[in-house]
Design a protein around this ligand. Structure first.
Ligand SMILES: *[C@@H]1O[C@H](CO)[C@@H](O)[C@H](O)[C@H]1NC(C)=O
Ligand SMILES: *[C@@H]1O[C@H](CO)[C@@H](O)[C@H](O)[C@H]1NC(C)=O
Ligand SMILES: *[C@@H]1O[C@H](CO)[C@@H](O)[C@H](O)[C@H]1NC(C)=O
Length: 393
């Protein structure tokens, strides 16, 4: 006999959303044994008097200006990558990295299912490039104080490049689905006892990073961070740091894992949190959504952005084994919670509620009727991949 499950998503009143979010605050505070208020976290990115209108979002500067209304996405007709000149394509959204949009949609769905209510309508600028700097006219580029408002992105970057970004777990390696997929792998890694892990600093990965962007981050060297770390550690017996790929379980055979900037944030960091190893973390310039929950020396050992204290920090970890082990345990506890479905849903739900309240418009069908079109299809904007699409039902 087939069972039919019907998900009924209720549209909550703001007061009900508040009660969901206070429950999220209480739960997170308890699990992390520290006082957490989601709204305070969002206030750091957007002070209480921060508001924005559609005109301040400047449709046409970022890839897409989108209204999410009653569960559907509507694209502003001046969005940079909706090729509206062609009438047949007015319902198609073209993105540099369409996988982020797919992941965002998935994250919203999973969140609504978990929380049991729908997220409110919201208006946002979407930028899927790694560095969410949008495309300012040349005369404004990187000098203007007037940044577009209302940008949603998967990582934050230097205030010199962007401002007021709303971070969501919407990267394909970061959302609920991705975290469930990697959970078993990470928890297997964590079963390896500390005492049997090699007393070595370990890292593998590829040679990523763009020098042109690093100059905004005050990086003064001719080599990129990853190359630099490899060179600094090459002759040391207590390190195994080089380019390449190994299974994740190999990382966890070591007491210390190095976290290094690439194109954006270090993407291994969140897995390293759950691995049971102690992380030596190069200070980030680009952050993921969970940054406000992290504390240096509690969850990781901080290493300066220019790596000048990398060797000292490794020596410290080796001589303070008990402390390093404690840091690895704190990190694991935090990582398990941060990447849990509950936490990811709480953050997404309460974050969108907060963000949606910043828009200076009533978001309804009247608002979108002229300048927005329903998105039915999302495709890659890369010239050679324009047929690489998925449908939005
Ligand atoms: C929670 O934090 C307090 C200090 O803020 C500490 O005294 C206590 O031991 C912690 N509890 C647990 C279970 O870690
Ligand atoms: C929405 O913003 C108003 C003021 O701008 C504030 O009073 C209210 O508490 C906010 N609501 C939520 C759910 O954050
Ligand atoms: C967008 O829609 C408005 C209102 O219908 C229209 O006046 C404008 O010409 C459109 N812009 C573009 C670029 O299609």
């Amino acid at each position: 006999m087939a069972l039919l499950f019907v998900f009924v998503l209720l549209r909550l009143q703001p007061s009900q959303a508040l009660s969901v979010c206070s429950e999220c605050d209480a739960h997170t505070s308890k699990v992390l044994n520290t006082s957490v208020e989601f709204n305070k976290i969002f206030q750091k990115a957007f002070p209480t008097d921060y508001k924005f209108s559609l005109s301040e979002m400047r449709p046409g500067i970022c890839e897409a200006t989108i209204a999410f209304i009653a569960g559907k996405f509507y694209l502003h007709n001046r969005s940079r990558t909706g090729f509206n000149s062609n009438r047949d394509e007015k319902n198609t959204l073209y993105l540099r990295h369409k996988e982020f949009f797919e992941s965002l949609r998935d994250q919203i769905r999973q969140t609504e299912r978990y929380i049991g209510s729908s997220v409110p309508n919201f208006l946002f600028n979407l930028e899927t490039q790694d560095n969410p700097s949008c495309k300012y006219p040349p005369e404004e580029k990187r000098t203007s104080l007037f940044r577009v408002k209302g940008v949603v992105h998967h990582s934050f970057c230097s205030p010199q490049l962007c401002d007021g970004i709303f971070l969501l777990p919407m990267s394909y390696n970061q959302n609920i689905r991705a975290s469930l997929t990697t959970r078993n792998l990470d928890s297997k890694a964590a079963e390896i006892p500390w005492s049997t892990r090699r007393k070595k600093l370990f890292w593998r990965g590829s040679n990523k990073g763009k020098m042109s962007e690093y100059q905004f981050f005050n990086w003064k060297f001719s080599e990129m961070p990853r190359q630099r770390a490899i060179r600094l550690l090459r002759k040391r017996k207590d390190s195994d740091v080089k380019f390449g790929f190994v299974p994740w379980s190999e990382f966890a055979q070591h007491r210390y894992i190095l976290s290094l900037a690439g194109n954006t944030y270090s993407s291994l960091f969140k897995h390293a949190l759950r691995s049971g190893s102690c992380i030596l973390r190069q200070e980030e310039r680009m952050f993921e959504w969970f940054e406000p929950f992290l504390a240096e020396w509690k969850h990781y050992i901080p290493v300066r952005w220019d790596l000048s204290d990398l060797l000292d920090k490794l020596d410290w970890a080796k001589t303070n084994d008990k402390e390093a082990k404690r840091i690895s345990e704190n990190a694991r506890k935090l990582g398990i919670h941060l990447l849990s479905t509950k936490m990811l849903s709480c953050y997404t739900y309460c974050g969108i509620n907060y963000f949606s309240n910043l828009t200076d418009h009533t978001l309804d069908m009247d608002f979108i009727q002229n300048e927005f079109h329903l998105v039915r299809k999302v495709c890659s904007s890369k010239r050679s991949k324009r047929n690489d699409c998925f449908d939005l039902v």
